[in-house]
Design a protein around this ligand. Structure first.
Ligand code: NAD
Length: 257
């Protein structure tokens, strides 16, 4: 399938590792101009090198940006100029129950998960409107549809992203700007390994990853590049009629309709 995105400018936020990096690689493989952003310069440079080496695409740039900071987001978008495709990703919030969190924790999760998207969308849509083309895809979590045990902050803010995106889809469709949200089930990234490390167990991480996979109808947990394929299609020119939707990439784990 021709995705129609050769030469397009793509920004993937929180892309020094995990799902964000996998998405950046998928776009680099399609001969786009890829911008990756995250907080840590060293990790970003390493990711950039890896993407260039694996894809042979040298049009990969890195920008240091803390997604909880309005000024950083503004500066990043100004530096890039008009963006064709925006992939909104962010670090995951800490696990915990209601009594574990103070006002600062709520505020931080709000800035990281929700305000981040509001700010990037606000910054990119004027250019997208002018050129009458834009694709925005938000990386969220399956918690946008079904609450996850012990992940109160995620359960609160991910559904808000869905509401925001539905409203935006209505406002932006006439300018050929389509926006969707994709939630991973369990994908093998550092975040998942870190969560497993924090849980007391006599089994090794590898054993527990295998066990987690047995709970999934497909029989294994997912790989970041499998997730990236869904993002790539929704955030491409080949997607001409899907907007305001939510998609879960979880190997069939969630039973919600
Ligand atoms: P990861 O920890 O492997 O990568 C997170 C990325 O976010 C890194 O590049 C990190 O530098 C960046 N980041 C964190 N805070 C940032 C900030 N303030 N500003 C800029 N960059 C920042 O995580 P992942 O597994 O790739 O997950 C990506 C997203 O998907 C997270 O929001 C996570 O909660 C969500 N998610 C992942 C899974 C999974 O199975 N991996 C499942 C459900 C939801």
């Amino acid at each position: 399938m021709d995705l129609g995105i050769k030469g397009k400018k793509v920004l993937v936020t929180a892309a020094s590792k995990g799902l964000g990096k996998a998405c950046a690689k998928a776009y680099a493989n399609e001969s786009t101009q890829v911008y990756i952003a995250s907080r840590n310069k060293q990790q970003l440079e390493q990711a950039k090198k890896e993407i260039i080496k694996e894809t042979g695409n040298h049009q990969v740039s890195s920008i240091v940006c803390d997604l909880t900071k309005a000024e950083d987001i503004k500066e990043m978008i100004t530096r890039i100029g008009t963006i064709d495709i925006l992939i909104n990703n962010a670090g995951g919030p800490p696990a915990g129950k209601f009594d574990d969190f103070a006002d600062e924790d709520w505020q931080h999760a709000f800035e990281l998960l929700l305000m981040n998207i509001i700010r990037t969308v606000r910054a990119v849509t004027p250019g997208m409107k002018e050129q009458q083309f834009g694709r925005i895809v938000n990386i969220t979590s399956s918690s946008m549809k079904q609450a996850l045990d012990g992940l109160l902050l995620s359960n609160t803010f991910r559904p808000a992203i869905v509401g925001l995106s539905k409203s935006l889809s209505q406002e932006l469709a006439s300018d050929n700007i389509l926006i969707n949200s994709v939630g991973p089930g369990t994908m093998e990234t550092d975040r998942i390994r870190d969560i497993f490390k924090q849980q007391a167990s006599t089994e090794s991480i590898e054993e527990r990853l295998l066990k987690a996979g047995e709970q999934v109808p497909i029989g294994r947990i997912g790989q970041p590049d499998e997730f990236a394929k869904a993002i790539l299609f929704l955030g491409s020119k080949a997607n001409t009629y899907i907007t305001g939707q939510t998609l879960i990439v979880d190997g069939g784990a969630m039973k919600t309709l």
